[in-house]
Design a protein around this ligand. Structure first.
Ligand SMILES: NC(=O)c1ccc[n+]([C@@H]2O[C@H](COP(=O)([O-])OP(=O)(O)OC[C@H]3O[C@@H](n4cnc5c(N)ncnc54)[C@H](OP(=O)(O)O)[C@@H]3O)[C@@H](O)[C@H]2O)c1
Length: 242
């Protein structure tokens, strides 16, 4: 297969699923590789999109997905839309007393180590002779400088770790891919399973639909060039301090 290839990891998620749909319906990419642990509901492969199984914490599955993507072509747009805020044994902590090493480990695995492994296996697939974008969905609360409220220790710290991993990967990536862009991006608050338990105090106009959040992310990434690599962006295109 030739043509422009986009890759979305976390295709079963709220924002990830919407990213796949927006990219699949747009004209810019000839093919979208949609990666997730389980097949998204109602998924059907067609000539515009292929689903591939991938667990970001399982290197064998990432290597196998990378091989399948490489056979499609060199991807120029890769978005890691996986992540976790709450789940089995994981609840955002309001105080130090609530810290649980197992929950912290899980958050670091899913939010920092997994996306770093995705970069390890997928960044080398990007072309050297054209601009490409690799982006990981981070969160503004992962900004150390922006942290005025406290709380959410594990989520904040795992996203701060993700940010450092992305910044470090960007420095290495530009050495052999000078046209490559590698960034972290905050998608804004979007109505998904991840945010659902925490939206009660927010007015509707502060919360984006999954489709709107996906559209914002794509618009910002579309506007980036090689000199923008290694930064942390917000959904509106502004930069966020690390
Ligand atoms: N929603 C918001 O308001 C908001 C705000 C700021 C930042 N973000 C960030 O945006 C990203 C997407 O969030 P979302 O709201 O779309 O969340 P979501 O709907 O809960 O989706 C999370 C995705 O992560 C995947 N995932 C978790 N662990 C995985 C693993 N080990 N291997 C592969 N996939 C795994 C899930 O896959 P399964 O279906 O297999 O579980 C799911 O596809 C996250 O990084 C989040 O931190 C979201």
């Amino acid at each position: 297969m030739t043509g422009e290839i986009a890759v979305v990891l976390g295709a079963s998620g709220g924002i990830g699923g919407a990213l796949v749909e927006v990219l699949r319906q747009g004209l810019r990419f000839d093919h979208v590789a949609a990666l997730s642990r389980g097949k998204p509901r109602d998924w059907v492969d067609d000539d515009r999109a292929t689903w591939l199984a991938a667990d970001i914490l399982d290197e064998v599955s990432l290597a196998s997905a990378a091989q399948r993507i490489g056979a499609l072509g060199a991807p120029t747009f890769i978005i890691v839309a996986t992540g976790m805020l709450h789940g089995d044994g994981v609840t955002p902590e309001k105080s130090l007393r609530a810290l649980d090493p197992r929950a912290l480990t899980t958050l670091f695995q899913v939010n920092a180590i997994g996306p770093a492994l995705a970069a390890r296996y997928l960044l080398p697939l990007t072309p050297r002779d054209r601009v490409s974008v690799f982006a990981a969905l981070s969160a503004r609360v992962g900004s150390i400088e922006d942290n005025a409220l406290g709380g959410w220790y594990g989520y904040r710290a795992s996203k701060a770790a993700l940010n450092m991993l992305i910044r470090t990967a960007a420095i290495e990536h530009r050495r052999d891919h000078p046209l490559g862009v590698c960034v972290a991006i905050h998608p804004g608050t979007a109505a998904t399973a991840l945010s659902a338990p925490f939206l009660s105090n927010r007015s509707r106009d502060q919360v984006f639909s999954e489709q709107t959040a996906a559209g914002h992310v794509i618009r910002v990434l579309d506007g980036l060039g090689p000199s923008d690599s290694g930064r942390f962006y917000a959904w509106d295109g502004s930069t966020i301090p690390w």
